[in-house]
Design a protein around this ligand. Structure first.
Ligand SMILES: NC(=O)c1ccc[n+]([C@@H]2O[C@H](COP(=O)([O-])OP(=O)(O)OC[C@H]3O[C@@H](n4cnc5c(N)ncnc54)[C@H](OP(=O)(O)O)[C@@H]3O)[C@@H](O)[C@H]2O)c1
Length: 298
């Protein structure tokens, strides 16, 4: 089974995470938490687990925690063999809401504990710019025995510096947009230099990089697919990745990354595809303030 070959990354608190997981943003595409969508999410997550994925990435804002939890429960895989991440929604940043929303997350996932809980976005334009109290409330959850690790997502260098300076507590992870079109060097280096592991979201550039000519040529030379060489580039950079796909064949393809290597020159050639800020696909963390309608509204 492919899980045996997936490498682990060790966080700054000693907890380990499989370097490759399964992403669930837009599983399914319509994120309304309807019965039909919950069943579809459970089915897709169940397929991923059957194929060997043991690390699942979800979020309150994806509206699919119930389905993820049902897929996990139906798999019968012992809890200690799984690594499950969820993220605090943008509407839940007040300390009381952090505690309430974390309880809801565990309830929806049907789990006694979560492996990793992330602040999804700093939303510095909301809550009077106070993401520090939110971070403190999240780190307080560690004492309850229901959370193993706490981290952040979409934190720019200044956001990281501020929470660490003001609380003395360093996140284990910063989950940020990274792919060959957008190396996100400043946020990556600010994380790594502080001992914070980098999780690369949209590792395939949401599929947009799969048609890139240079990547296609490299993939052909390696007798691999474009998705595999991109994901291998992430693995060799030490990023934790969790590509999303609804298709079992692609799930399998994305698992098969541990029996080939890119040379240093091949990695460097992919590094050179970086377009800087112009390559960013997702929102800018300095201004993003979206709160989905199914969440508690501030
Ligand atoms: N923290 C954050 O703010 C944040 C933001 C975005 C994402 N994330 C996390 O990161 C995960 C991954 O990012 P993402 O879902 O945005 O994008 P992604 O994984 O980079 O790309 C997903 C897209 O690529 C396609 N795809 C996947 N594998 C493929 C393959 N082998 N061949 C061809 N096409 C393939 C999928 O299509 P099909 O489904 O049709 O196969 C889908 O359209 C998310 O699911 C989520 O867990 C976090």
């Amino acid at each position: 089974m492919a899980t045996q070959t997936i490498t682990n990354i060790t966080f700054n608190n000693g907890v380990t995470i499989p370097q490759l997981g399964f992403g669930t943003l837009n599983v399914p595409a319509d994120r309304t938490p309807s019965d039909e969508n919950t069943a579809k999410t459970a089915e897709i997550v169940g397929l991923a687990l059957e194929l060997g994925y043991r690390h699942i990435d979800t979020a309150q804002m994806y509206g699919n925690e119930l389905g993820v939890g049902r897929g996990i429960a139906a798999s019968g895989i012992p809890r200690e063999h799984l690594f499950v991440t969820s993220k605090l929604g943008n509407g839940n940043h007040r300390p009381d809401d952090v505690r309430r929303a974390f309880d809801e997350t565990l309830q929806k996932l049907g789990l006694d504990y979560l492996d990793l809980f992330l602040m999804h976005w700093p939303v510095p334009t909301l809550y009077g710019g106070d993401y520090v109290s939110t971070w403190k409330a999240m780190t307080d959850l560690l004492a309850g025995g229901r959370l193993r690790s706490v981290g952040v997502s979409n934190f720019q260098p200044g956001h990281l510096k501020r929470i660490i300076d003001e609380t003395g507590i360093t996140p284990v992870v910063n989950q940020i947009e990274v792919h060959p079109g957008f190396n996100n060097d400043a946020a990556r280096h600010a994380s790594v230099s502080r001992g914070i592991a980098v999780e690369a979201w949209s590792p395939l550039g949401q599929g947009k990089l799969l048609d890139d000519t240079a990547i296609g040529e490299l993939a052909a030379r390696k007798r691999r697919t474009a998705a595999q060489v991109i994901l291998r580039w992430h693995i060799q950079h030490g990023h934790i990745v969790f590509p999303k796909t609804m298709h079992p064949k692609r799930m399998q393809e994305n698992l098969n990354l541990f029996d080939f290597e890119l040379s240093p020159a091949e990695v460097a050639a992919m590094d050179a595809l970086d377009k800087g800020e112009a390559g960013r696909i997702g929102p800018n963390p300095n201004t993003f303030d979206w709160i989905p309608s199914h969440e508690h509204i501030i």
